[in-house]
Each structure stands twice: as structure tokens, then as C-alpha cells.
Design a protein around this ligand. Structure first.
Ligand code: F6R
Length: 610
């Protein structure tokens, strides 16, 4: 939630900040602002309601000038989206601050600062921090000390960037529970919520640890850890091509990302399989040791990543014979659990910064799980740094708020993991070879599914004026139906529910009529015959069926039934291939409805608050 960017340079930083905000807009986009230290010793702050484009328009005629600045794009948590609640927040007219995260004890601090004479102009938790730092600055006359002392008073999750007109050469940042990266330049340095924001100016990055505070100057970076020791944090180079953050020929990032799937699925398998085997070492040098005595797997994730976990449960239990539980992180973290001996804790997260998932991981580490494995797409993220073993997905940056390629690469990584675990639990080499062969076919099969784009675009017209829809699947395809329904909800704002098809007659069938499209994923697996009976139940009640089915399934177009044929796939890899048509369907419905496909209302890409 929220994106922050900052720069200390010899040149004017306004353009760098604006481009950084554009690239961070996926994190929140209800208002935006920037504060720049001017050469005349004042702070020039501009803020605007709405997207970054609105801010750009506001400053176009008179861009603020200066060499040190901070900027923010907001996803509202405390206080409605408005210009007054937009960041940067100021204390007096000399200190400005941007914040990503949530300050839990803000009310108590607000009361205290009000009694001390500070006046509040917004409803945000952030303004409290600005006044708190200013209060401490008056006593210390040193911005770093003031920030250090202030962090001792804050509870919650935050990444902060602070500038003060009395200290015009520097920018102070800190992080606790929210992401922050330092971009290292030549004669200039930067900070941002993620690397993408800074790619036009640098490809070298330092990641701050939890509790770190840094003093950023144009030619020097000093970092203190939470115990106030000066520390070095390693610098690494960004590993993806700089154009990954461009839409290229595509109308939307989401479509570009849907089309990237054959490549990124292949990249996620690369170096990890031979013709016949999964290379366990490639999952991490400790993988063999960690997987050896796993007797149970506990999967934790949110949203789309949770759906990937639900598919994995079928694979882990079916292939490895190891019991597996899956739970959403926001529930898991707030209940007592019974931990079975030798349970592996598995977190799935595209961003690696989802607050609920991280909280669950931190709890699990204290609770006696065997080890923590992460499936993640962002190297250097908190999740990656805090896990014992990591399998990186190779999706590259995902900009569209609705997750697509992250999901299918998560499934790919989870299948590699399931096969590796299965080998420790008696999987025969013949079966392993069969599964790996099926995986190697995936890039081609996903490309073939993408070739159905036109046919699916045509079909999407049937959804345009609908208000509700049902998605059905069985077995591993039930979570795929859940994911299809989530995509449709997120970007087209059509209410969509997913059910295991066998549940239909236990309630949802009552909803079915000609106004309720029913989408079904029906590969040729051992559930197909049962699924066909479920489809008959819908047809008999006048429901409109949209079925994505294997050519061998004998399902045909007829009155009330629209069938899109998918090429034959192995039952184990079917969830990956059958996800594609559902992504395309939701995309085309959203385009027809004219919604903001890449930045759907009320959502943000990275949910770093609770
Ligand atoms: C949906 C979507 C979200 C995320 C969820 C978890 O399209 O993107 O449901 O999957 O917020 O995010 P990560 O995977 O970053 O932990």
C-alpha cells in the first residue's frame, strides 16, 4: 500500500520523483504528492487528489525545483482520499515526510502531540509521525537522532522518508515492516518502495533490514541497524531487463503479463529440471536436508497466492502422500494452532511484502515449525530474507494489480517442490519422468491456450451486461475456478462466486437462471464424468454454460452451452493451462466494460498493511 520515492542529487529531482511515482502507482493511486527542498531554504510541497497524472498536470506549468525531495502515491488507510490527507505531511513549514504502512498507536501519540501544541490538518496516522520527529528535532537539532528516537515510539509497520529545510543535503529513511530500497547512483542516491521505481536512474540497490535507519546524501550512505551500530548492507544489481516496466505493444500491463506466461513459466523451470528429474539442489543447497523428514506441510498465503496454495495441496497429498493444510494468512495469524511434528511452513507471495503473510511467518518461526520455505517473485523482499529456503518464481516484475503470471509461475514452482518432496516419499523414477515431461510441455500448451484469445474475446460479450456469475471446477480445477472468479470480480466488477461443482446442488443451484453465466473448467481427468452431471443440473435450469474443455471430453456447443476446446494436457499440469482462458475472459470483459484494467478501483498491488 502506498509507494514512496526520494532522491538526493546534484540535478533537479522533480522529474525523477514523478517518474518514480508513475512506476509505483500500482501500489496505490488515490492521491499523490511531493516535497522538494528549494535552493532558497524552504520546502515546496505539492499534492493532488487522484492519480499521478493529476499531480503531473498540477506542476506542469511551474515544476518545483531542488536537489533533494520525497514523493508519495497513496492508498488510503486512515482518512478518505483527499488533498489534505495526501502525503507528504509536514510539521510546521520545515519538515516533510512520506510514509508507507500503518502506525497503530497513532491516536495516543496524536493526543500527546496535540497537548504539546501541535496542530493537525489531516486525518492520517502519518501526520503524527511528522510532528513527533519535529518535536524531537527541536531538542536534538539532528534529523538522524530525531528519527531514531521517534522510531522507538512508533508501533506498527512503516517505511518513512523525511527531509528538513534546516538540513538541506540529506534525506533520512527508516523501515520496520514495510519495504524500502536504496538506489545507489554516481554522485546521487535514491530511495523507493521498490526497485522498479528507480530503474531509469540506477540498477544498483541496497536493501534495508527491519529496524534500519539510513542517512542518504548525494555521495554517501550511512546505515544504522536497530541497535544503533553502523552497518554495511550489500549492493546488488537489478536482474530483470529495464523495459520490464513498459507496456510495449500491449494495451494493458495485464495483457502483456498474460502473454509473457510461456516465457516466465519456462524461466521458472530453467536450471531446475533435467529431461526426467527435478534437480533438488536447484531449489536450494539445504533443500535435501529440509525435505527429508517433512511429515506435514502448512501453506499460508493471501488472495491469488492462496489459490496457488490450494492447488498445491492436491499435488502434495497426491504425489508425495504428505498431509497438507492451506490457510489464508489473515486467519492463521490470529488463532491458536496445533502444530504437527516435522511440519514445513510454506509461504507463497508474489511481492514478499504482504503484511499478513509476513506476520504469519514471524509467528511460525517462534512456534516450532521444522523450517520456513518461501515461494516468492521478489528477490530481496522481506519474505525471502526471513525464510530458511526460497524458491524464486521468475515472473519478472508484475505491474497489473490483478495477478496473472505470478500465479502460474507460483504453480510451476509449487509443482517442482511437490515432485521433490514426493521423491523423498517414494515417488518412482518413472512417475517423476512422466511428470517432468508434462512440465516441459507447459510453455507450448500455454501458448496454445493464448491462441484462443480471439474466440474468448468474442465470448466475453455475453458477460458484459451481467451482474453475477458462477465458476465451477472439481479437484485441482476448483482453486482455478476460484482464481477465475477473483479475476472477474477484481477487474470487471462483476460479482463472481466459485464452487466445487459437486456443491452446486447443496445451495447455489437456486441462483441459476438465464441471467447467470456459469463458467466451468473441465479438463479430461477422472472427475470429468461427474462434472458433466453437474453441468446437466445447470442446463436443466436454463443456465448459460461456458465450458473450457478438453477436445476429447465429448462436450459440444449446443443450446445454452458454449464450449471452448483446450488442447489435451496432463491432468497434473491442467490447472496451469486452464488458468489462461479464465484470465483472458476477465480481461476482455473488463475492456468491454471500460474499467481501469491495470489499476482496478479500491485495490493495490502490494498489501503491506493489515
Ligand atoms: C489478486 C491479487 C491479490 C494478491 C494478494 C497476495 O489478483 O493479486 O489477491 O495475490 O494480495 O499478494 P502477494 O502474493 O504479493 O502476497
Amino acid at each position: 500500500m502506498c509507494g514512496i520515492v526520494g532522491a538526493v542529487s546534484e540535478r533537479d529531482v522533480q522529474g525523477i520523483l514523478l517518474e518514480g511515482l508513475r512506476r509505483l502507482e500500482y501500489r496505490g493511486y488515490d492521491s499523490a504528492g511531493m516535497a522538494i527542498l528549494s535552493q532558497d531554504g524552504t520546502v515546496n510541497r505539492v499534492r493532488e487528489l487522484g492519480k499521478v497524472a493529476a499531480l503531473a498536470e498540477l506542476i506542469e506549468s511551474a515544476p518545483p525545483k531542488g536537489h533533494v525531495g520525497i514523493a508519495h502515491t497513496r492508498w488510503a488507510t486512515h482518512g478518505e482520499p483527499s488533498r489534505l490527507n495526501a502525503h507528504p505531511h509536514m510539521s510546521g513549514d520545515r519538515l516533510a515526510l512520506v510514509h508507507n504502512g500503518i502506525i497503530e498507536n497513532y491516536q495516543e501519540l496524536r493526543d500527546e502531540l496535540k497537548s504539546a501544541g501541535f496542530e493537525f490538518t489531516s486525518q492520517t496516522d502519518t501526520e503524527v509521525v511528522a510532528h513527533l520527529i519535529e518535536q524531537l528535532y527541536r531538542a536534538t537539532a539532528d534529523l538522524t537522532s530525531a528519527v531514531k528516537q521517534a522510531t522507538g515510539r512508533l508501533r506498527g509497520a512503516y517505511a518513512l522518508a523525511v527531509v528538513h529545510a534546516d538540513e538541506p543535503d540529506r534525506l533520512i529513511v527508516c523501515r520496520e515492516g514495510s519495504p524500502l530500497v536504496i538506489g545507489v547512483g554516481i554522485g546521487e542516491n535514491f530511495i523507493a518502495s521498490d526497485q522498479l521505481a528507480l530503474l531509469p536512474v540506477t540498477d544498483r540497490f541496497m536493501f534495508l533490514d527491519e529496524g534500519d535507519i539510513a542517512d542518504i546524501r548525494k555521495d554517501k550512505i550511512t546505515i544504522w541497524d536497530r541497535d544503533d551500530n553502523v552497518v554495511d548492507r550489500p549492493t546488488s544489481r537489478f536482474e530483470h531487463a529495464a523495459d520490464a516496466a513498459d507496456k510495449g505493444e500491449y494495451r494493458h500491463f495485464m495483457l502483456k503479463e498474460i502473454y509473457e506466461q510461456p516465457t516466465v513459466i519456462k524461466a521458472t523451470m530453467e536450471g531446475r529440471i533435467t529431461d526426467t528429474r527435478v534437480l533438488e539442489q536447484a531449489l536450494g543447497t539445504e533443500a535435501g536436508k529440509l525435505l527429508e523428514n517433512v511429515r506435514h506441510v502448512q501453506i499460508i498465503a493471501c488472495g491469488t497466492s492462496y489459490h496457488a496454495g490450494m492447488v498445491a495441496r492436491y499435488w502434495i497429498e497426491d504425489l508425495a502422500g504428505v498431509p497438507c493444510s492451506v490457510e489464508v494468512a489473515s486467519e492463521f495469524r490470529y488463532r491458536k494452532h496445533v502444530i504437527q511434528p516435522d511440519t514445513l511452513f510454506l509461504c507463497i507471495s508474489q511481492s514478499g511484502e504482504t503484511a499478513d503473510t509476513l506476520a504469519a511467518l514471524r509467528q511460525a518461526k517462534k512456534a516450532g515449525f521444522r523450517a520456513a520455505l518461501a515461494i516468492c517473485n521478489v528477490a530481496g523482499s522481506s519474505l525471502v530474507r526471513e525464510s530458511d529456503l526460497v524458491i524464486m518464481t521468475q515472473a519478472g516484475p508484475e505491474i497489473g494489480v490483478a495477478s496473472t503470471k505470478a500465479f502460474t509461475t507460483q504453480l510451476t514452482a509449487l509443482l517442482l517442490f511437490s515432485i521433490a518432496l514426493a521423491r523423498h516419499n517414494g515417488l518412482s523414477s518413472e512417475r517423476e519422468a512422466e511428470l517432468v515431461t508434462a512440465m516441459r510441455l507447459l510453455p507450448g500448451q500455454v501458448s496454445a491456450a493464448l491462441a484462443l484469445d480471439k474466440e474468448i474475446a468474442e465470448l466475453s460479450r455475453e458477460f458484459m451486461d451481467k451482474h453475477h456469475s458462477l465458476f465451477l471446477g472439481r479437484g485441482t480445477l476448483f482453486p482455478v475456478a476460484l482464481e477465475g472468479a477473483l479475476k472477474l470480480k477484481e477487474i470487471s466488477y462483476i460479482h463472481a462466486e466459485a464452487y466445487p461443482a459437486g456443491e452446486l446442488k447443496h445451495g447455489p443451484l437456486a441462483l441459476v437462471d438465464s441471467e447467470m453465466p456459469v463458467v466451468t473448467v473441465a479438463p479430461n481427468n477422472d472427475m470429468l464424468e461427474k462434472l458433466k452431471s453437474n453441468l446437466e443440473e445447470v442446463r436443466a435450469r436454463g443456465g448459460q454454460l461456458f465450458v473450457f474443455a478438453d477436445g476429447q471430453s465429448a462436450l459440444k456447443n449446443e443450446e445454452g452451452v458454449h464450449v471452448v476446446h483446450i488442447a489435451e494436457v496432463h491432468p497434473v499440469t491442467a490447472p496451469i493451462v486452464y488458468t489462461i482462458p479464465l484470465q483472458l475472459l476477465s480481461y476482455h470483459v473488463a475492456v468491454l466494460k471500460g474499467t481501469d484494467v491495470d489499476q482496478p478501483r479500491n485495490l493495490a498491488k502490494s498489501v503491506t498493511v493489515e
